[in-house]
Design a protein around this ligand. Structure first.
Ligand code: MN
Length: 238
């Protein structure tokens, strides 16, 4: 009984090698698993299910086929949104056979309670980022965005990406990591001693007393996944 966890693929047309890595991962690894959890920033940006399904988003269409095939083989698929693909909706999810899970979600993993998050909400030292985040997560803002024309949405996403890149370059590395007390609060509030998240692109297994925080890696140069089975956990980049 193997479960895989992945995040931060940042799939997009400009980086076809990531789509190839993902396709390979589905066919070599995920197809033999019991479940696959995708913990956000699966896509570099998401303009709306309409663009993905009927429109110009070829990557979303390739990925849909791979996921649907896994679903047909009986693998359970879960998706939690990140800060880039938070508009991915039920229509696209249904077409893939993925179940959307809310953030945070606690799951039972071989008898252990494990908390799943994307990880951006816990970067509380980055105040400018948190402001943008609350705007993007506002349902009213989301509705307005989805009502724009596709051209307007592409334009907006492009600008947002540039701003985000600029911010990442200028902000100090410290403030872009999770805040320890934000993480400690999650352990207490959800009564877990294991958290799995992505977002920071700093893959690691942090062990602190009896607490464990597993950070998933990004896929820019290789595949990166957490494999969990009866024998334990392995964080693999290959
Ligand atoms: Mn992220």
């Amino acid at each position: 009984m193997t479960t895989y966890f992945i995040s931060d693929l940042h799939l997009c047309e400009q980086q076809p090698q990531i789509t190839r890595l993902f396709t390979q991962f589905c066919r070599d690894k995920a197809c033999q698993a019991q479940a696959l959890y995708i913990l956000g920033d699966f896509f570099e940006y998401w303009l709306g299910d309409d663009v993905a399904i009927n429109g110009s988003d070829k990557v979303a269409q390739v990925v849909q086929k791979e996921l649907f095939s896994l679903n047909q083989q009986g693998i359970k698929l879960y998706f939690m949104a990140g800060n880039r693909d938070f508009l991915l909706g039920e229509t696209y999810a249904d077409s893939c056979g993925i179940q959307i899970i809310q953030e945070p979600t606690t799951i039972d993993l071989h008898g252990k309670q494990v908390l799943l998050i994307h990880g951006d909400a816990e970067c509380t030292d980055d105040i400018a980022y948190q402001k943008t985040r609350s705007m993007f997560r506002d349902p009213q803002w989301q509705e307005q965005f989805l009502n724009m024309t596709i051209e307007q949405r592409i334009d907006f996403a492009e600008k947002a990406r540039q701003q985000s890149q600029q911010h990442t370059q200028n902000a100090s590395a410290d403030i872009m990591d999770v805040n320890q007390s934000a993480i400690d609060n999650l352990y207490t509030e959800h009564q877990v001693d294991t958290i799995i998240h992505g977002h920071t692109h700093r893959p690691a297994i942090h062990q602190n007393d009896n607490k464990q925080r597993i950070v998933l890696g990004d896929w820019h140069h290789q595949s990166s996944y957490l494999k969990v089975n009866e024998n334990g956990m392995q964080l693999i980049s290959a």
